[in-house]
Write a new protein. Sequence first.
Length: 183
Amino acid sequence: MEAIPTLYTERLILRPLELADADAVQAQFPHWEVVRYLNAQVPWPYPEDGALSYLRDIALPAMAAGKEWHWSIRLKSAPEQLIGNVSLMDQPDNHRGFWLGPAWQGQGLMTEACAAVTEYWFETLDRHVMRVPKAAPNIASINLSERPGMHLIRSDEDDFVGGRFPRQIWEMTREEWRGLRGK
């Protein structure tokens, strides 16, 4: 398995997650506005060692196995500060996920991060389709899928940190993605 590369966008550095990021994740992640629409597998209230346990026991082993790709999100203007996370997963109907600290939301940063990892998914990992689940009330996340050309393929219900909500599955094929980018 090749090492996961650092990715760069206009304003961001996406650096592969590492165990040393645990304290920064623990500081930014456990906020209701960050977690309420995440899958109910996320413990809430978030434990004091939640980030360390997640990195050590789940994310890093999945990265080493080549089944998941996780990046910390950092501003180029402040590369020492982790402000969020964006991930790719090789799971049915769940290929991309993310969170961003409240202070950095609403600035288009996640649009940049998602574009970079989506390109990685299609071009580097050579995947043919990307599917992402969304809690239907999470309009900001739905907009992040809709803007680059994803389309809704299915709705059902699922359990999220904030309760049981309608869930939507959004999809884009590599051909659609390439066509929208003129590739």
